[in-house]
Design a protein around this ligand. Structure first.
Ligand SMILES: *Cc1c(COP(=O)(O)O)cnc(C)c1O
Length: 457
C-alpha cells in the first residue's frame, strides 16, 4: 500500500474549518469543579457571574453538557482572516535530530498579535458587542492577550481598557504601542485608577505588579462602569472552548493523511492553548475510542501542575474574583522573573486540573535555559522564531523525539507552537549573552503560597 506523501504544511480549505467549538466537559465523567462565590462559598450562579462577564460567555462557562457549540458566522468570518493555521511537518528538525519520530506542530503565530489568543479574543469581543456593551476591560502580563483583545475590539468597535503589569509596560513598549495603535487604552498596574490598585500600592510601594494584581484592577474597572464587562484570556472554561478550534483543525488536517498521533504536547500557562489543542483528542480518549499521551509543559519556576496543590484558590491577588478549584501555587505565590511571561500564572484551568488529577494527562516542568536552547535550535532549523512560552513545548517534543532515536520507535509527536518571539528579544539577548538564570522555588517557598490557600470544605 502506498502512503500519501505528507507535505511540509497541511492546510485545510476555508470550507473545512470547524463551524462548531468542541466542549470537552460534556465528555468528562468528573466535571471540573464549579466556581465559588468567595463570600458564601456556594457555586456562582449565572446571575452573579453576569455582573462580571457577558451573558453568553457565562452560559458557555457553565455549560458542562453540550459537546458542540455553534461558532457564530461573524466570528468565523474573522477567523478566516488568519485561519486555518498550518499544521507543519517538522521534516528539517527530524533530520537534524536524526530521529525516526515524526514531528508535527500547529503554528498559531500567523497573526499580528503573534499568538493563539486571538481565537478567544474575537469570540469574547463578539459576545460583548452582541450584548450592546460599550467596552471591555482586561489585564495583560507580557502583552499577548492585550494585543489580541485590542485587535478584536477594534474590529467590533468596542472600547478596550487594558491593565498591563507595570514591569511589562515599562520593558515592552512595543507591545504597548501595538495595543494603542489598535485603539486600546493601556494603564500600568498597579495604578491609582482603582481602589484595589491604590490599596496594593499602599501596601507594597514601588511594586512592579503581577498578573494577579492587574486582574483585580480590571475586574473593578468593569464592575464599577456602566456598559462594561471583564474578559480573561485564559484559565476559564469558555476560553478553552474557543481554543478548541486549534485542536479541531489539527485533527481534521491529520485525518486528511490518516495520521494518528501518539503524543500531543503543549505549554501550559493558564491552560488555554493546551486545552484547546487536546480537547477533541481527549474527547476520544474519554469516550474510550482512542488513546493518546498528553503532556503539559510548564516552567520549573512556576510549577503549578507538577508541584502545586489541587484546591480551591483565589484567581487574583485582590481576591475580588470567584474561587476556582485548580492546581495552584497559591494566589500569593510570586514566581521569579521569568522570561516566558505568559506562563507565570499561579493556577491552572479547572478543566485541565481535573483531567490531570484523573490521570488522563501528564505534566513536566522544564528549566529556562534548556527551553531557550530548544528555541534556538528550532529557530535555526525550522526558520520560525518561537515565543519563549511555545518553546517549552518544543523542548519536550525534542526530548521525546530523542528518546525515539534511542529506542528506534517511530512515534508521531504533535505539539502546539503557540506564537512568535519578536517581542521577546530581551530574553533572547540574555540567553545569547549567557546571562540567563532559572530560579526553582524551594519547598519552603512553595509552603508560603500554600499557607495562603482559603479554607474550603
Ligand atoms: C499566553 C500564551 C501562552 C500561555 O497561555 P495558555 O492559556 O496556557 O495557552 C502560551 N504561548 C503564548 C505564545 C502565549 O501568548
Amino acid at each position: 500500500m502506498s502512503e500519501k506523501k505528507i507535505p511540509y504544511k497541511i492546510y485545510l480549505e476555508e470550507n473545512e474549518m470547524p463551524t462548531q467549538w468542541y466542549n470537552v466537559r460534556a465528555d468528562m465523567k468528573n466535571k471540573p469543579a464549579p466556581l465559588l462565590n468567595p463570600a458564601t462559598l456556594k457555586p456562582m450562579t449565572a446571575e452573579e457571574l453576569g455582573h462580571v462577564f457577558c451573558d453568553e460567555l457565562v452560559k458557555q462557562e457553565l455549560d458542562d453538557t453540550n459537546p458542540y457549540i455553534d461558532i457564530p458566522q461573524e466570528i468565523r468570518d474573522f477567523y478566516r482572516m488568519y485561519r486555518p493555521s498550518p499544521l507543519v511537518r517538522a521534516y528539517c528538525l527530524e533530520k537534524k535530530l536524526g530521529t525516526p519520530a515524526k514531528i508535527y506542530y500547529k503554528f498559531e503565530g500567523n497573526n499580528t498579535s503573534g499568538s493563539h489568543k486571538l481565537n478567544s479574543a474575537i469570540a469574547q469581543a463578539y459576545y460583548a458587542k452582541k450584548q450592546g456593551l460599550k467596552g471591555v476591560t482586561t489585564e495583560t502580563g507580557a502583552g499577548q492577550w492585550g494585543t489580541a483583545l485590542s485587535m478584536a475590539c477594534a474590529y467590533f468597535d468596542l472600547d478596550c481598557k487594558v491593565y498591563m503589569v507595570k514591569v511589562s509596560y515599562e520593558q515592552k513598549p512595543f507591545r504597548r504601542e501595538v495595543m494603542r495603535t489598535y485603539g486600546a487604552s493601556v494603564t500600568p498596574s498597579p495604578s491609582e485608577t482603582t481602589e484595589v490598585g491604590r490599596k496594593i500600592l499602599a501596601e507594597h510601594p514601588g511594586t512592579t505588579g503581577s498578573l494577579g494584581c492587574a486582574i483585580s484592577e480590571a475586574v473593578e474597572a468593569a464592575t464599577t462602569r456602566e456598559g462594561y464587562r471583564y474578559v480573561l484570556g485564559s484559565v476559564l472554561n469558555q476560553v478553552l472552548l474557543h481554543q478548541s478550534v486549534i485542536g479541531l483543525e489539527t485533527k481534521a488536517a491529520l485525518e486528511k493523511y490518516d495520521i494518528t498521533p501518539d503524543i500531543i504536547i503543549g505549554c501550559a500557562g493558564g491552560g488555554s492553548n493546551l486545552g484547546g489543542l487536546i480537547s477533541p483528542f481527549m474527547g476520544e480518549k474519554l469516550r474510550g475510542e482512542k488513546d493518546y499521551q498528553f503532556i503539559a509543559v510548564e516552567p520549573a519556576s512556576c510549577p503549578s501542575l507538577t508541584r502545586g496543590r489541587y484546591a480551591y484558590d483565589f484567581c487574583d491577588t485582590g481576591r475580588v474574583c470567584p474561587l476556582a478549584k485548580m492546581y495552584t501555587l497559591g494566589s500569593g505565590f510570586i514566581p521569579s522573573a521569568n522570561h516566558a511571561g505568559g506562563l507565570r500564572y499561579h493556577g491552572m484551568s479547572s478543566t485541565l486540573s481535573q483531567l490531570y488529577d484523573d490521570g488522563l494527562m501528564e505534566a513536566r516542568s522544564v528549566e529556562q535555559t534548556s527551553v531557550f536552547e530548544a528555541a534556538e535550535q528550532f529557530a535555526r532549523i525550522e526558520g520560525i522564531l518561537p515565543a519563549p512560552e511555545s518553546s517549552h513545548a518544543i523542548r519536550v517534543a525534542i526530548d521525546e523525539a530523542l528518546k525515539c532515536k534511542e529506542t528506534g520507535e517511530e512515534k508521531t509527536i504533535v505539539f502546539g507552537l503557540t506564537g512568535t518571539g519578536y517581542f521577546d528579544m530581551v530574553a533572547y539577548e540574555k540567553f545569547n549573552n549567557g546571562e540567563m538564570t532559572d530560579y526553582i522555588p524551594t519547598d519552603e517557598e512553595l509552603a508560603v503560597g500554600f499557607a495562603g490557600l482559603p479554607k474550603v470544605e
